[in-house]
Design a protein around this ligand. Structure first.
Ligand code: ADP
Ligand code: MG
Length: 479
């Protein structure tokens, strides 16, 4: 006569518990398992989700094999049956993020039998076809101000922006899955990520879009672990059509379990052509603090970088912010700000806001002088140096030359001279290397820059008119 399946499983649990030596792990991964039957040496157990199964397979398969064979003999086998959970919802039917103390109601088991006799486990195709999940409303957590229309396009973000657009038009169906947006702080990653979410929602109102920061995600996972609600957590994320995870780099070198859970969610969604969008401060290859298999997944789609905007884009961004707020400002002031703040868009916006605040608090007109005073103050805190762009602009204005002439290949004397002056002042007033200065002043090499600096120094000593120009320009830069 076959043994009673409950007794068999209980015996297994006893050994597992002793072996694990952690009440927490035992409660998380074994307590939720329900024994269902024992037939012909095959013990069927019910697990709450596919993730659960995958987790057991990866972490506890040796242990399970050992205990099952010990109880049932060398031919003993284990079969899994997977249950779909119902999502956690509030009384309006909105799904809440899985969080403290809420448990899902388990449905009657929908059996998806799989034989995980471990000999041939690796050959198993994904055995789960999850039965249709009830469509529920998830709050997307999108910031409605961060639209694609508000996201000014420039060379610095063209690839990322157009990939974002393509993804929103066709989520999960382009080669850009995952879409990884990377770049330094304040360059618009979060804005663009929201914008893609918003655009997707406009085109596909039925799709479930979710924006979550990597920090929130790991926080939720930690809570789920403490509350034994990891399966609910997983199910919640498995329902998402477009998942946006912001600032994934915060996981570097920590939260290994979170990374693992995300890896499973990633695979689950990716296999089902769901879109994943991730932002980071570095390209995947440089995210060395993340689990390597996760990094390899991040490389599957498109990694699009966002660079610091050039001066035209900075002007475009400022104009757009002003237009959105219905505020007018003299063009020379906009230019002044754009030329002088070149670090990132957040600082650019900060300068604009301070200037508007200054003017309204002190009831002063926004003039170039006010802008200069304010930017000096603003900039002192951030230890800004004068930019090469700005140097070029002042020199071109002074000699009444178009700014593009510096970049041109012309050998006209006055333009060559303006270019040399730009190089000279860039060397004197910035920390940029000769190579960088050359690159920005008409794509010249460092030897040309060095030569320019010598020429200017010589001319200052020998040519009165030239010395006058240099002194005048010097004053302008120091104002
Ligand atoms: P990141 O996430 O890369 O640190 P954010 O997305 O938070 O940067 O952007 C910082 C600020 O700059 C936000 O207010 C954002 O709206 C603005 N911003 C960034 N890039 C652009 C752009 N191309 N057009 C308009 N605003 C931008
Ligand atoms: Mg951000």
């Amino acid at each position: 006569m076959e043994k009673d399946y409950k007794i068999v499983w209980n015996n297994c649990l006893g050994i597992i518990r002793d072996t694990l030596n952690s009440e927490n792990l035992f409660n998380t991964w074994f307590r939720p398992i329900v024994p269902l039957q024992l037939e012909d040496g095959v013990l069927t157990i019910q697990v709450p989700s596919s993730f659960f199964y995958e987790w057991l397979e990866e972490h506890y398969i040796d242990l399970l094999r050992k205990v099952v064979r010990r109880e049932l003999g060398p031919k003993g086998q284990l079969r899994y049956s997977v249950v779909m959970d119902q999502s956690i919802s509030d009384n309006q039917g909105n799904v809440l993020l899985p969080s403290t103390g809420r448990r899902a109601i388990r449905n009657a088991p929908k059996d998806v039998p799989i034989n995980i006799n471990t000999e041939n486990l690796k050959e198993l195709p994904n055995p789960f076809t999850i039965p249709g999940i009830q469509k529920v409303k998830v709050h997307s957590q999108l910031n409605e101000n961060y639209t694609l229309e508000n996201f000014v396009e420039g060379e610095c973000n063209r690839l990322a922006r157009s990939a974002g657009y393509a993804v929103a038009e066709n989520p999960g169906r382009t080669a850009f899955n995952p879409l990884l947006l990377y770049g330094n702080a304040g360059l618009g990653k979060t804005h663009l990520a929201h914008a893609i979410g918003i655009k997707t929602k406009e085109k596909y109102p039925d799709k479930t879009v979710l924006y979550v920061t990597a920090e929130q995600f790991s926080q939720q996972f930690r809570e789920a672990t403490i509350n034994n609600t990891v399966p609910d957590f997983m199910h919640f994320y498995e329902m998402i059509d477009v998942l946006i995870i912001d600032d994934i780099f915060v996981w570097e070198g920590r939260v290994a379990k979170t990374q693992e859970a995300f890896f499973h969610i990633f695979n689950y969604l990716h296999q089902r052509n769901k879109q994943i969008i991730i932002t980071s401060d570095k390209a995947p290859a440089e995210l060395s603090g993340l689990e390597s298999r996760l990094i390899s997944r991040l490389k599957w789609g498109l990694s699009a970088d966002i660079q610091a905007p050039n001066v035209e884009t900075r002007i475009g961004i400022l104009k757009q912010k002003l237009a959105n707020d219905g505020i007018e400002m003299p063009y020379e002031v906009i230019e002044y700000i754009a030329y002088n703040i070149n670090t990132n868009v957040r600082e650019l916006e900060g300068a604009l806001i301070s200037l508007m605040a200054q003017s309204s608090l002190n009831k002063k007109q926004i003039t170039l002088d006010l802008a200069k005073q304010m930017i000096d103050k603003f900039v002192k805190n951030t230890a800004r140096e004068i930019t090469i762009d700005y140097i070029q602009k002042v020199i071109c204005d002074y000699f009444n030359l178009p700014i593009e002439s510096i970049q041109s290949h012309t050998r006209k004397r006055e333009i060559v001279q303006a270019r040399q002056l730009a190089m000279y002042f860039a060397k004197k007033m910035t920390k940029s290397s000769l190579a960088i200065i050359g690159l920005q002043c008409g794509n010249k090499d460092h030897a040309t820059v060095l030569h320019a600096c010598k020429t200017v120094t010589n001319l200052v000593e020998t040519d009165k008119q030239f010395r006058f120009w240099v002194d005048e320009l010097d004053k302008k830069f120091r104002q």
